[in-house]
Design a protein. Structure first.
Lengths: 459, 93
């Protein structure tokens, strides 16, 4: 009996099997036929292993980068890239991430069903990345087994409903409808940006970004394989130049020309992200539609929270302006960090693109061209400084030369680690409980205020 | 027929459009259409008969050939109209 139990625990602690089981549950709940169920379960299982393989490729590229950076500037250089840090972290935190994600989605359904926060967070990869970060931070704070999964799931579920709620006022203003929400980890940055945009609006006439002529031909930057490879090549080559041919060719490249080595490693980094994305796509292929299908049954009046490009079509010029302005914010932050010494956060092209572009669209809606430039610049600063605060709370992974990028990872991470700082596990549990309680109370008051005029009508 | 939905990283938006197309196909009772999603980088003209992508990446996806551009990706009615057009063209509706 004990042996059977051991085998079972062994199987369940294998994250690839665990995600496959989660997909299987979703497929069965949707009453899919045998061939679809078998296909979906297998693809999810393989998908997880693809992510792990991608992590290996990425680390091959990231390790020499870290060493070159250290040799060149004598400080740590960190690349904020969600795919990179998640893929690396999953080798250690895979099972807890998978379970936190699964139960977190259930918490999302429950909150949406019973409170006024009707958001269903359908951006699966963000749920996965957030679950992973929470698994890391709670584990570092001392949580294990059931309590790790329970409080992790609560935190993910709260994030999945609060984050869309935070940006909804701006989404309403931008899209003119309240039926769709934004589900992305940049929400805090967008909300801060939205407020900044309103503040700088002033009395002058607003000129929309879409009224100006913006150079065409930059569309290729939307291809993340290309943009990651190109920007990383620039960083790698600069760092290799500072580290010098002697160091690189003697210690790292085994005699290969140091510039060529730098370019190859940058390509390898992009290749790693490419493979990880393919894996993430496979893992989510069955889980997200199942979640969507189940949510529409359980929460009939839900608002789907969708990935950030849903707002890009509202202002395609602002998308590119926002990217450049946010990236500039990242470069300015990097220079400030260089002057102040300590860890250096490199401007990661992916976060600056996705969140910077969105900040640009929001900024444009609030304050035209000026708003777009300023709001995405602020976003760029925000997503450069927040990762620094996050590094110490990630434990050993803080030293892995990659980190989480978008603003919400910073906020959730700092919330948890801040609580841990004042009393460890207990304060974290109390803090999570309090947030949930406030959300429930906010819903009760809302329902009462609805009830009062209704009674008056009856009289 | 094969439909491929495309977005920048092939994770969220294209996946959402794919699920919406599946839903519409079910509603219309059309079968025999395979729908998948992909990132802009890996999509090639051979991957599908028709490609659906949003206005903001229209420039990057122009080389895919038979492309349907969505002006607003959260607008189900726009998707329904454009999908119906494609299906009629292919004599599936």
């Amino acid at each position: 009996m004990n042996q059977v139990l051991n085998v079972l625990i062994n199987v369940l602690s294998e994250p690839s099997v665990l995600v496959a089981i989660i997909a299987l549950v979703g497929l069965l709940a949707q009453k899919k036929n045998l061939s679809d169920t078998l296909k979906g379960t297998t693809k999810t299982f393989v998908g997880f292993l693809v992510i792990t393989a991608g992590a290996g490729i990425l680390q091959q590229a990231l390790a020499p980068f870290g060493e070159m950076f250290k040799a060149a500037f004598n400080v740590n250089g960190v690349v904020p890239n969600n795919e990179a840090i998640v893929a690396i972290a999953l080798s250690k935190y895979g099972s807890s991430t998978a379970l936190i994600m699964f139960f977190g989605m259930i918490v999302n359904l429950l909150i949406a069903r019973f409170t006024r926060f009707k958001y269903i967070f359908l951006t699966g990869h963000i749920t996965l990345y957030m679950s992973c970060m929470i698994a890391i931070i709670l584990s570092v704070s001392g949580f294990t087994s059931y309590s790790l999964i329970l409080f992790g799931a609560l935190t993910v579920g709260i994030f999945m409903t609060l984050s869309p709620a935070l940006v909804q006022p701006f989404i309403r203003k931008l899209t003119g409808n309240d039926n769709v929400a934004l589900g992305h980890s940049g929400a805090v940055g967008f909300a801060v940006g939205g407020l900044v945009g309103m503040a700088v609006k002033g009395k002058k006439e607003i000129v929309s970004t879409e009224k100006i002529n913006f150079p065409k031909g930059l569309g290729f930057l939307r291809d993340s394989t290309v943009s990651i490879a190109l920007t990383m090549a620039i960083f790698y080559v600069i760092v290799a130049l500072f580290a010098g041919p002697g160091y690189v060719e003697g210690k790292l490249s085994d005699g290969k020309n140091y510039i060529l080595f730098a370019v190859l490693q940058a390509g390898m980094f992009s290749a790693g992200v490419f493979v990880i994305l393919a894996g993430v796509r496979l893992v989510l292929a069955e889980i997200v539609p199942a979640f969507k299908g189940i949510s529409s049954k359980i929460v009939p009046n839900s608002k789907p929270a969708l990935d950030v490009p849903i707002i890009y079509t509202y202002a395609p010029n602002a998308v590119l302006i926002g990217f450049f302005s946010s990236f500039l914010g990242g470069i300015v932050s990097m220079l400030i960090l260089v002057l102040s010494g300590g860890i250096i956060i490199l401007p990661g092209v992916v976060p600056h693109f996705f969140t910077g572009a969105a900040a640009g669209v929001f900024g444009n809606a609030m304050g035209g061209v000026r708003g777009a430039i300023l709001v995405s610049f602020v976003n760029g600063l925000l997503i450069s400084f927040m990762p620094i605060l996050l590094i110490p709370v990630l434990g050993d992974l803080g030293l892995s030369n990659a980190t989480f990028s978008d603003s919400d990872f910073g906020i959730v991470g700092l919330f948890l680690s801040g609580l841990a700082h004042f009393g460890g596990k207990t304060t974290i549990m109390v803090g999570i409980g309090l947030v949930l309680l406030i959300m429930i109370l906010a819903s009760v008051r809302k329902q009462e205020s609805h009830a009062v005029p209704y009674k008056k009508v009856e009289k | 027929m094969k439909i491929l939905t495309v977005c920048g990283s092939g994770l969220g938006t294209s996946f959402m459009v794919e699920m919406n197309i599946q839903q519409l196909l079910n509603e219309m009772g059309v079968s025999g259409v395979e729908v998948n999603h992909s990132d802009l980088g890996s999509a090639t003209p051979e991957d599908a008969d028709v490609f659906f992508l949003a206005k903001d990446i229209a420039e990057g996806g122009a080389s895919l050939g038979n492309v349907v551009i969505l002006d607003n990706i959260i607008d189900l009615e726009e998707l329904r109209t454009k999908l119906t057009g494609v299906l009629q063209e292919k004599n599936l509706l």
